[in-house]
Design a protein around this ligand. Structure first.
Ligand SMILES: Cc1cc2nc3c(=O)[nH]c(=O)nc-3n(C[C@H](O)[C@H](O)[C@H](O)COP(=O)(O)OP(=O)(O)OC[C@H]3O[C@@H](n4cnc5c(N)ncnc54)[C@H](O)[C@@H]3O)c2cc1C
Length: 420
């Protein structure tokens, strides 16, 4: 160990674990603190898609109109619980301001570079560390039921090709040639051959096992609530039960709970939790080979180690993790509409999971150091793409802490971009 770096990472989701992996590799001493058991977070039951195709940030033209329409139906994939919250109002205003064509134009090349680098790092991880996380590199479909849906997806595919990302627009027969197991009720699809999918739980457990063997300390049930500051630096981190941890550097990787912790640092990170669900079938009536997204319904389908997972919905309802049963019904109905072979009862399962996506108003992550402190770094705000961005952003933060050059220091992902 170098002995010169003693880093506290707050948060044991994919964001924190990824920073830990690269810091440990670079010779730093690392302790990870998590308020829970390290599994009750957003990084386990998600859809596991690795999506270099997703170059359009959530904040984009047309999204607000769509969202308002969805709000009218209890079973739709989107809901904002109206509440008197200054933070929610402020976030909504910033989201509206960011939902422009110019923002998409500026963000897409950076997202492409980050997403492709992340895919490369996952391949490296799988090979170098011999980790098995069911990483299937066979592409992703965006399945469409309507002309309008297919037109919108074809436009995304056109933009992707413009940026050098392979993308195809397929007829139902062409889809069947690639994915013969499924009987789909669609009028077409787009296909992104460079996309992939993995088992998020296996990835997380594999990385944690590896890090434990290599001397990274995990402290669960450690709810960080305050900091000891001196001369523009954080010297110690304190937990709710009074334990104190000394450090040279701190990484904030606290997902949807980040704004609360940032209050203790006197820095602002606008963020809302986007609640989503997954249901996992131990045995599926039909097992696809590829992952896919039912485009109009915003529901995902991922085969995972012999199981089949469907995921979706976005509820902006604070950090409450209760399950809204109407949303689960809506998710199941969507599956049956795209996959007529499935009946509602085929989708009954006890394996229902809920997760909180950490969503910034401009749909871009917060990665890098804060102006206010010389030794505090953010790795958060990964929204719908934490598995697709965790490794590259984790490596970026680790490089910055170790004083190494990084390709991804960019004002678009600066954690202080809303503080200036
Ligand atoms: C339904 C659904 C499907 C998804 N599908 C995909 C997908 O296919 N592909 C993809 O790339 N992404 C997907 N995502 C997004 C992805 O899951 C998230 O972006 C990612 O898991 C966020 O990781 P994180 O480490 O930032 O947060 P988390 O995994 O939530 O981890 C944050 C951790 O911080 C801890 N913490 C918070 N506050 C404190 C504190 N004060 N003290 C100590 N610990 C604290 C928490 O306990 C938690 O363990 C999906 C999300 C959902 C909900």
């Amino acid at each position: 160990m170098s002995g010169s770096k003693d880093v506290i990472i707050i948060g044991a989701g994919i964001a924190g674990i990824s920073v830990a992996y690269y810091l440990n590799k670079a010779g730093a001493d690392v302790t990870i603190l998590d308020k829970g058991d390290g599994r009750d977070n957003c990084s386990y039951g998600n859809a596991g898609m690795i999506v270099p195709s997703h170059i359009i940030p959530l904040a984009s033209p047309g999204i607000i109109k769509k969202g308002l329409k969805w709000m009218l139906s209890a079973e739709s994939p989107f809901y904002i619980r109206p509440r008197l919250s200054r933070e929610l109002f402020d976030w909504g205003w910033k989201f509206k301001k960011a939902s422009t064509a110019q923002h998409v134009e500026k963000s897409a090349p950076l997202l492409r570079d980050l997403l492709f680098k992340n895919r490369e790092l996952l391949v490296e991880l799988e090979q170098e560390e011999e980790l098995d996380f069911d990483f299937q590199k066979n592409g992703l479909f965006m399945f469409c039921k309507t002309e309008k849906g297919l037109e919108e997806e074809a436009e995304v595919a056109r933009k992707a090709r413009e940026l050098g990302i392979p993308a195809e627009v397929l007829s139902p027969a062409e889809v069947r040639n690639k994915e013969s197991a499924l009987d789909l009720d669609i009028i077409g699809a787009t296909y992104f051959p460079k996309d992939a999918h993995l088992h998020p739980g296996l990835l997380m457990e594999g990385l944690k096992r590896l890090l434990t063997l290599r001397g990274v300390h995990f402290e669960y049930k450690s709810d960080v609530q305050s900091f000891v500051k001196q001369e523009g630096q954080i010297q110690k981190v304190q937990t709710a039960d009074g334990r104190v941890f000394k450090c040279t550097d701190v990484v904030i990787a606290t997902g949807a709970w980040t704004p609360a912790l940032c209050r203790a640092l006197d820095v602002k990170i606008p963020m809302q939790a986007g609640k989503g669900y997954s249901i996992t079938l131990p045995e599926a009536p039909v097992m696809p080979q590829h992952c896919g997204i039912f485009s109009e319904a915003k529901v995902t389908m991922t085969p995972m180690n012999g199981r089949l997972r469907f995921a979706g919905t976005m509820e902006i309802t604070g950090t409450d993790t209760s399950i809204t049963s109407r949303k689960i019904v809506g998710l199941k109905k969507s599956v049956c509409r795209y996959l007529p072979e499935y009946k509602m009862e085929d989708l009954d399962t006890d394996d229902i999971w809920v997760g909180l996506r950490p969503i910034s108003p401009d749909g871009l992550p917060y990665v890098g150091p804060f102006d206010e402190y010389k030794n505090v770094f953010a790795s958060t705000g990964y929204a719908m793409m934490g598995m697709s961005l965790g490794a590259v952003c984790g490596k970026t933060v680790a490089d910055l802490i170790m004083g190494e050059k990084t390709a991804f220091e960019d004002s678009l992902i600066d954690p202080d971009r809303y503080n200036r």
